[in-house]
Design a protein around this ligand. Structure first.
Ligand code: ADE
Length: 230
């Protein structure tokens, strides 16, 4: 898979993909990530990429021309374009799985007070990573790239993501069960007996129950069977 990230703050990505699993996925050619400064595409003599909003109001708005030209120079028939905005559809694991099957993603990081609405016409998906407003799409882009990369074949062992929080179970996504490591007793806090028992079937049942219990307590919304399409 190839991912092109369009930003005017390329330095924000320094380090983001140079550690751990993502680093290895890049080295193993499972993923190619390009950070592209769309300011390089502006035709403005002063290198501007934004302007004041029609109708008045605070702040600057990203202009169409640099982003259209940049996307059009990268796009092929295999590309899907993602625009990051707090007004987008909520990003969920289900969409991470779907995007991980694409060949080429172009991710546009919005900034400042927003972007010219006509930029949305380039996008296959407008995505929000949560109900809060960040200063731009760079951190959301990192989160999305991270969540997709770990799902690519051969990046981590498949059992790990089948057992994840948000694993799919009868079309539901459940939170992960609690896990423990040594020692069995830490300051009086004991590891549940069943996990020390070596009884695989009981352990499986315990984990399933804990997963459901946690989801009921913390995220009952996840238990409503999802019928909606992405
Ligand atoms: N840009 C600013 N806030 C955002 C969010 N929550 N999700 C996606 N893009 C954003």
């Amino acid at each position: 898979m190839k991912i092109d990230i369009l930003t005017i703050f390329p330095n924000m990505f320094d380090g983001a993909f140079s550690e751990s699993i993502i680093k290895r996925a890049i080295e193993d050619n499972k993923i190619e990530i390009n950070i592209i400064n769309f300011r390089d595409y502006t035709t403005d003599p002063h290198n501007k990429v934004d302007d004041t909003p029609y109708g008045g109001g605070a702040g600057m708005v990203l202009s169409c021309q640099p982003i259209f030209d940049c996307v059009e120079s990268l796009k092929t028939k295999d590309s899907k374009v993602i625009l990051l905005t707090p007004a987008g559809i909520p990003y969920k694991q289900k969409l991470a799985y779907k995007l991980s099957e694409e060949k080429h993603l172009i991710i546009i990081c919005g900034h400042y007070e927003g972007f010219d609405e006509r930029i949305a016409s380039l996008a296959d998906y407008e995505i929000s990573i949560g109900d809060y407003v960040l200063t731009g799409g760079e951190i959301p882009a990192m989160a999305i790239v991270d969540s997709i990369t770990r799902l690519l074949p051969g990046v981590i062992n498949e059992e790990s993501h089948r057992e994840d929080s948000f694993k799919q179970d009868n079309n539901r996504y459940l939170l992960d069960y609690p896990t423990y490591t040594k020692p069995a007793d830490f300051r009086g806090m004991k590891v549940p007996e069943v996990l020390l028992s070596g009884h695989h079937e009981n352990i499986r049942k315990y984990r399933e129950e804990e997963s459901l219990k946690r989801t009921k307590e913390r995220r009952p919304d996840l238990l409503e069977v999802e019928n909606e399409e992405d």
